[in-house]
Design a protein around this ligand. Sequence first.
Ligand SMILES: Cc1cc2nc3c(=O)[nH]c(=O)nc-3n(C[C@H](O)[C@H](O)[C@H](O)COP(=O)(O)O)c2cc1C
Length: 288
Amino acid sequence: MNELLDMLGSKYPIIQGPIGALNSAKQVAAVAEAGGFGMLALGFVGNVDEVKRMVDEVKELTSKPFGANIMLLNPLCPEIVKVLADYGIKTIATSTGSPKKIYPLMHDLGMKGMHSVLSLHHAVRAVESGADALVVSGSEAGGLRSTGIELSTMVLVPLVVENVDVPVVAAGGIADSRGYRAALALGAQGVEIGTRFIASEESPAPREWKEMIVKAGDGSTTLISLGNMMMRVIMHPTFDASKNYNLLEAMEGWTAPNFDLFPPGGGQVSALIKEIKPVKEIIEEMVS
Ligand SMILES: Cc1cc2nc3c(=O)[nH]c(=O)nc-3n(C[C@H](O)[C@H](O)[C@H](O)COP(=O)(O)O)c2cc1C
């Protein structure tokens, strides 16, 4: 058994990528039931009661293991971690911030964590800070990016694999069995899937967003600046590259949907996604 699967407790090393504050117990449970590792996106959660409600909802739908993502910039992280540990959640994903403070607490509570990194430098630092695994995200991925020079998944994953001694999860550009097998060939023990799962039947994303992904071609995504961060988004018909977008308006823009307020997030892999499908079909095709 690979070390990552041991950590996740799922059948396949296919992890549901967290998407802002977009949560559906139905989708997390569907990923878990299909053999993947479903994840709640708790990055923007404002109180622990909300965490309890979401975990309860998933547990009503599946007895399979699932996890959650926390954003380390959120001051509530220690409280959220304690609640997740009380619920018996064994593995969580951490992103956006330093893992230094939270990992000792997670380990004391018997939990393991995979930390998201966008560079070799941060990968090495995260392992030094106690990360048990790394989610290594290449430049083609959807979601928040750095303002620095970035490497693609094809280069960054093997580079990190040869420099750390923890399991690596490849993220960015993976939507089907070709990408899944390529990631394993690069030395990753698993994959994190973002854009492909947004365009799934169970995703709570509005239909318009899913269709934007399905219609996207090879020139359809770009990076927008959000101050000291960037985000990869899909250029919809009224997309305005000169506008200053505000990350705090992302959830409103995405759920309304009002893509002029905030454009739909998505990775370059959108160009390979042709159909909205149930997560079970996506996972079955991926491991076929
Ligand atoms: C719209 C959007 C929002 C995202 N939000 C988060 C987040 O809140 N936390 C996080 O760790 N990753 C986030 N990600 C990254 C995904 O979980 C995943 O790693 C990434 O999408 C993988 O690349 P792919 O889109 O090519 O599959 C986001 C990605 C997208 C597209």
